[in-house]
Design a protein around this ligand. Sequence first.
Ligand code: MN
Length: 738
Amino acid sequence: MAYTVTIEEENKEIASLYKEMLRDTYQTLSKENKILIRKAFDLAVTAHKGQRRKSGEPYIYHPIAVASIVANEIGLGANSIAAALLHDVVEDTDYTFADLEELFGETIAKIVNGLTKISRMSKDQDVSIQAENYRKMLLTLHDDVRVILIKIADRLHNMQTLDSMRPEKQIKIASETIFIYAPLAHRLGLYNIKTELEDLSLKYTEPEVYKDISNSISESKEEQKEYIIGFTNIIKESLDQEGFEYSIKGRSKSIHSIRKKMLNQGVSFDEVYDKFAIRINYKSDKKNEKFDAWKIYSIVTDHFNPNPKRLRDWITQPKSTGYESLHITVMGPKGKWVEVQIRSCRMDEIAEKGYAAHFKYKHGNESESGLEIWLNKLRESLENPDTNAVEFVEQFKLNLYAKEIYIFTPNGDIKSLPKGATALDFAFAIHTEVGMHCRAAKVNGKLVQLSKALKSGDQVEIITATTQKPKQAWLDIVKTARAKSKIKNALKEDQKKIANEGKEVLSRKLRHLKIKFNENTINELVNFFKLKTSFDLFYRMGNGSIDNIQLKKYASQKSNALVNFFKNKIKRSTAASVDTQSNEVTAKYDMLVFGKSEEKLKYSFTKCCSPIPGDQVFGFIAINDGIKVHKHNCPNAVSLQSNYAYRIIAAKWIDSSQQGYKAKLNITGIDNIGLVNDITRIISKNLHVNIHELNISGNEGFFQGKITVHINNNKQLNNLIQQIKRIDGIEKVERVHN
Ligand code: MN
């Protein structure tokens, strides 16, 4: 690409770019701020002197363009504009963080520092490293959200000038943009920038598609213009009569969103583009703003029939990004559906500029805004070091794009959750402790399963029990990253505790057996019990599924093996293989659970009857010592049960490897009314069986159902199968193994 300009022309251009950058803000900036920005500009010009962009232009064009986006499109203040001008100074020139701190103070230096860090880390290639980097980047969200906002502006300008890059670089940068920057912009409410980022990405990742769609759009522009004029003319008189000051614009769909709709719905360009969108912006004051929106709504629906299902009221309950608007879809002229967005000029500015504008209007009490709360939650999940970074970014993106639903607490407070969130998610949204001890949930007064997906407007009451603890199966129920990480942590903590106790117990028991507690022994034990890791061994020791008798078997075999070893050495025959078959931990019963809900609780065995896995047992709640487990036929059983009935808790052995798993059932039968009801009733009647998936098809009197249930053990499953078989009309129920 040829680039030929004289230095004078360049300097003139730089000066005019600088002026243009401040066009919107100059009037409102204080004298000090004007000086500050000028100082930043002068330093940036000096620092980048002689540097050129790939296009040949002076490098300083770039920081000015970024500062211009920051000032005019995002609407940030003087510190951010200065930081944007300086954003590449530390990375690409000899100036240091300390220099900037001395010249511009801590705030600006820190923002530039954050930006420098981000640009350094995005140079890695590996996907998992990148994901880890994004995580770090998102961590800075909370430090100073301006870092991310300026970074997005930086990315936008780089995308706008991507033409001069090498093709493979273009694709890499475009993919990265669609992967993280567009979602971020969306979440921060920068809808215009998000749209531009998406369209620019498409331009480089799928150039043909991009060209096709943008051509089609310009071809149909005239037609759309005419339609909007027609629509406007119909409501104009009524709006004028009410004395509204307003503007009506067609809202053009972005290339990216048209592409997405074409793909998702398998339709042509015309079918997508045929739906018009119109925006009515009106002037109003704070007092009448809401009322005016509904007045305009009423005028529009006087002339056009609304689709009642498509009313979106973001005015009464704004989105957590601060977005406010009233959306309706009406049947417009020529029998076409038209989406009409009604919003005041203030709301419009928030909608276009996002977070920053929201901040501007919020004045002060910004710590309580929805975005702040969201950022806090995000930070919490970011700080959890256990999440895998790639998984995290995926999860994060889900949360970014998720539609929001609004749920009421019993007191009438509102919580916002991503669409698809369940009652259990809601419990964790209220408070971690509420989530941890969540026992049941009532939605609109009716008891539901914890896996129940909530709908906007539901009022949810969570019932807790102090004995309740997070379960493995909960991980399948929750949708929010927050709840997931809390549950994972709790489960891990629990296991760690049990394993630690198990390690103690093992070392003590081995001492009694005169076996050394060392790495070698542990490895032998892991092999002997056919486990994978020492953690498994300690865990099973801790929960009692490996007991004295089994340990003794190991001990005697160890000495036998030793004897055999010498015997065989003498005989010079091959060593007898150690038969471990019979010593495996009884696969069927290796874990004790308590109470009706089959909870894992801390327990110990009593000396009076020494129960072993598989024995019929019960638990006795000791005052200080957790639960003591006795055999049903223990000599003390009768007196305990009669004197302390209230301290007895049911206990039974289960198969831990089968703890909480999914089973698929194939059900066939004769189709009759009520069959599905009967089946779901039977399943929900079975405590702790959850339906995961229900897929039923009927065909000419023949009924076929596929049900996936979440169950705790085989006995439960067999029970369930027997009960379903008893339903009238059912022919066959069988478990399907994958
Ligand atoms: Mn830059």
